[in-house]
Design a protein around this ligand. Structure first.
Ligand SMILES: [Fe+2]
Ligand SMILES: [Fe+2]
Length: 300
């Protein structure tokens, strides 16, 4: 899948070689039925509710990402970009599906993921879908930048997921690698057919604020729906996990800001090596429906 050399991406020359990157959904089948604990992340209610809230938002959110790119599909003439858009839509569709599956299991553990899903669907239907195609695509480009840098962060810092039950960890790492792999697709479509960088920056600032607000809200919705929310220690640890020295939000500040720098492109600062790292360090054949190992185990 990742057989292109991006080692020259750091120079400032205009470089479109990333458009040759083949983007294909990896068909996975995670054993979510084995998830055991309500506090499936580090035995911490708020960490679990944060990850659960993120997962609850993916089906509706990613649906909007792929719809907003699909609006441009008929205009695209570059065959490489056509292929990448197809791969992007396929990957986001699979992510939605896998998150729907895991969300059912989160409900079994005691959460109410439906509440988040319904709230988000309402906002998307009533507000986002009424926006122009340009707005919708710009918001997707912004969200794709954030999901890509989050993906890069967890592949580089798997310790952030320490204490998470394995199937969920595998899900997030798989989702992360595909977010990295397709990180430039919405951006390239936007630059080709809209190209208004000032507008994109404005949309990104708005989108990031909304994203922070929503993710925090989702965490509270899920936590408050359980009997375990009253736990100051868990809350404090979660704040450190997010905003502390080694926290995710703090680590994301720099790559987030890169988006606003002159001549930014999602592949400019690398990332291809992370696809190889995932394949080497995190992929287990038994996660993959199509693998011979999987078939051997499941056909017994
Ligand atoms: Fe995704
Ligand atoms: Fe994505």
């Amino acid at each position: 899948m990742a057989d292109i050399d991006f080692s020259h991406q750091n120079d400032n020359h205009h470089n479109k070689r990333h458009q040759k990157l083949e983007i294909k959904p990896r068909h996975m089948d995670f054993p979510f039925g084995s998830l055991k604990h309500l506090k499936f992340v580090d035995n911490n209610i708020y960490k679990s509710a944060f990850i659960g809230g993120l997962s609850s938002a993916f089906p509706a959110g990613e649906r909007e990402f792929l719809d907003s790119v699909r609006n441009y599909r008929d205009q695209i003439t570059n065959p490489d970009l056509i292929k990448q858009v197809k791969g992007f839509i396929g990957q986001e569709g699979h992510h939605s599906h896998q998150h729907k599956m895991v969300n059912k299991e989160l409900d079994r553990l005691g959460y109410n993921t439906n509440k988040v899903d319904m709230a988000l669907k309402k906002v998307i239907d009533r507000r986002v879908k009424k926006l122009s195609n340009k707005w919708r695509l710009a918001l997707t480009v912004a969200a794709e930048h954030v999901t890509a840098i989050m993906g890069e962060f967890i592949i580089n810092h798997p310790e952030f997921l320490d204490g998470m039950e394995q199937p969920f960890k595998d899900l997030l790492l798989w989702h992360a690698v595909e977010e990295v792999e397709h990180k430039a697709v919405a951006f390239d479509v936007y630059m080709e057919y809209e190209g208004d960088i000032k507008f994109l920056h404005k949309a990104t600032r708005i989108s990031t604020r909304l994203l922070h607000f929503r993710l925090t809200r989702h965490m509270f919705i899920l936590a408050f729906n359980t009997k375990h929310w009253s736990n100051w220690k868990d809350f404090k640890q979660t704040m450190i996990w997010m905003f502390g020295k080694k926290g995710m939000w703090r680590a994301l500040r720099k790559p987030y800001k890169e988006f606003f720098s002159e001549g930014f492109h999602p592949w400019r600062d690398g990332g291809l090596e992370l696809i190889e790292k995932w394949q080497k360090d995190y992929y287990h054949p038994e996660q993959n429906k199509d693998s011979l190992e999987y078939i051997a185990v499941h056909s017994v």
